[in-house]
Ligand binder design. Structure first.
Ligand code: GTP
Ligand code: MG
Length: 301
């Protein structure tokens, strides 16, 4: 007596759970071998389903393989530098971090995503250069699909556009990102601002030049705002003790205590607070008080 077909389907699904690639194909083959060999009816349908499953698994493993380049995360947030070739992405990355990479006055100097961290107000933020995205990236032109895959995992995007380049170049890149269904907080920077003095800025763009430190500082602050994170210092009497913690928006004094030590979140009684969220310097607050970027918190026990 063969197993009732409904039971067979349940068993089959259970055996395939969590299996991918070669392992899944092997499990499917074993199931096919156990399946009663009827030419029509429910068992024939199951055979069809399992046979298709082999092909789908193969396609999926190829796609997963090709479409993913892993960029290990570091720091409090991952920000992608995106733009047409030659937009000055590598130069910006180099100006803001310790990395030394090739920059050049030609397209596709960078061919794989490059990551490096930069310190913004005491917090490490990871910047990732996504090599030049071009028209047709969604159809995998220029290896675009893998690059968009990296972008999808980022927390926010900095669109880089050389101030002396045709405005259309930026629009093309933004359209590819939109078409990929990637919708992240974003900022546009007009790079090489020193070369194109007097030129009109694209709407809302922040001018930067790697030759101008002040513009780089403004850029850092804009990147920080883009992360949406909140920097909170621990300290005494309003004086920070060291580098800040990076917390998600909406974080409370209890979350700050929890970052220091899980036990502290339960045991502390109150806190004093200095900075943007304090009504006055040294205000005494409870665990539910929401902190803001730049606060100094002293946990009282
Ligand atoms: N004057 C000036 N030149 C810059 C600036 N930033 C970049 N450049 C120049 O622009 C050219 C391209 O810079 P890259 O940083 O290699 O550009 P990219 O976007 O990384 O280019 P690909 O990796 O090829 O996509 C180089 O010759 C840089 O020296 C800047 O702020 N001012
Ligand atoms: Mg580059």
């Amino acid at each position: 007596m063969p197993m009732p077909h409904r039971t067979f389907v349940q068993v089959a699904k259970r055996r395939l759970v969590g299996k991918e690639g070669r392992e899944r194909v092997k499990a499917v083959r074993e199931l096919l071998a156990e399946l009663p060999d009827y030419r029509s009816g429910p068992y024939a349908d199951i055979r069809k389903w399992l046979t298709a499953e082999i092909e789908e698994t193969r396609v999926r493993s190829k796609v997963v393989h090709r479409d993913s380049i892993a960029v290990p995360r570091e720091g409090a947030a991952q920000i992608a530098l995106v733009g047409p070739p030659n937009a000055g992405k590598s130069s910006l990355l180099q100006a803001l971090s310790a990395i030394r990479i090739k920059t050049g006055d030609y397209a596709f100097t960078t061919t794989r995503p490059v990551a490096s961290t930069t310190r913004i107000g005491g917090v490490l933020v990871q910047l990732v250069e996504i090599p030049g995205l071009i028209e047709g990236a969604n159809e995998d032109r220029g290896g675009g699909r893998a690059l968009l895959g990296v972008l999808r995992n980022a927390d926010a995007i900095v669109f880089c556009h050389a101030l002396n380049a045709p405005p259309m170049e930026l629009a093309v890149v933004q359209e590819e990102v939109r078409a990929a269904g990637i919708d992240l907080p974003a900022l546009v920077v007009a790079t090489k601002a020193d070369e194109a003095v007097g030129r009109e800025l694209p709407d809302g763009a922040l001018p930067v030049s790697v030759l101008d430190d002040e513009s780089l500082d403004r850029f850092r602050e804009a990147v920080w705002a883009l992360t949406g994170l909140v920097r909170v210092f621990l300290g005494h009497g309003g004086e920070p003790d060291g580098d800040p913690l990076a917390l998600h928006p909406g974080a409370t004094v209890a979350d700050v205590a929890d970052e220091i030590h899980h036990d502290l979140a339960e045991s502390f009684t109150a806190a004093r607070i200095w900075g943007p969220s304090a009504r006055f310097a040294g205000q005494r607050v409870g665990g539910a008080h929401e902190v803001r970027d730049g606060d100094v918190v002293e946990i009282l026990r």
